[in-house]
Design a protein around this ligand. Structure first.
Ligand code: HEM
Length: 119
C-alpha cells in the first residue's frame, strides 16, 4: 500500500506540472484531459493513504496531522489547477502546496512507522 501511495502522489505532482504547463501554453484540451486524469489519481492517493491510516492500531497526533496535511496538499493541487484555468493568481496556492507537500514528506518518510523507510 505504501508503494501505491508513493506512486500515486508522484504521478499527481507530475500531472499538476502538466496541467499548468498546458494551460500556460494555451493547450486547453490537453490541460483538461490531464486535469481529469489528475482527479482520478486523487482517488488513488486518498484510497492508499486512507488504507495506510486504517492500518494503524493507535492514532497519535503525528499520523492525524499527516492525514490532514495530505488532504491539504490535494486541495492545494486542485486549487492551483483551477486558478490557472481561470487565469487568476495562483501563488498563494503554490505556496500552500509547497508547505503541505514538505510536511507530508517529512512526516511520512521521517517520522511515521509504516511505509518503505524505517522511521
Ligand atoms: C500529495 C499528497 C501526499 C503526499 C506528498 C504524501 C506523502 C507521504 C509519504 C512520503 C509517506 C511515507 C511513505 C513511506 O514511508 O513509505 C506517506 C504515508 C502515509 N500517508 Fe501520505 N501523502 C499524501 C497524501 C495523503 C493523504 C490524502 C492521506 C490520507 C487520506 C495520506 C495518509 C498517509 C498515511 C496514513 C501514511 C502512513 C504513514 C506511515 O508511514 O506510517 N497521505 N504519505
Amino acid at each position: 500500500m505504501a508503494h501505491l501511495h508513493i506512486t500515486s502522489w508522484v504521478i499527481a505532482f507530475a500531472l499538476v506540472a502538466l496541467v499548468t504547463t498546458f494551460t500556460r501554453s494555451g493547450n486547453e484540451k490537453a490541460a483538461k484531459i490531464s486535469h481529469m486524469i489528475l482527479r482520478v489519481d486523487y482517488l488513488l492517493v486518498l484510497y492508499s493513504g486512507g488504507s495506510l491510516f486504517a492500518s494503524y492500531a493507535n492514532y497519535d497526533a503525528l499520523v492525524i496531522i499527516k492525514l490532514l496535511v495530505g488532504l491539504w496538499a490535494i486541495a492545494a493541487m486542485e486549487m492551483v489547477c483551477i486558478k490557472y484555468k481561470k487565469k487568476q493568481p495562483a501563488a498563494s496556492w503554490w505556496g500552500q502546496l509547497l508547505i503541505a507537500a514538505v510536511i507530508a514528506l517529512v512526516l511520512g518518510f521521517g517520522f511515521l512507522e509504516l511505509g518503505i523507510l524505517p522511521a
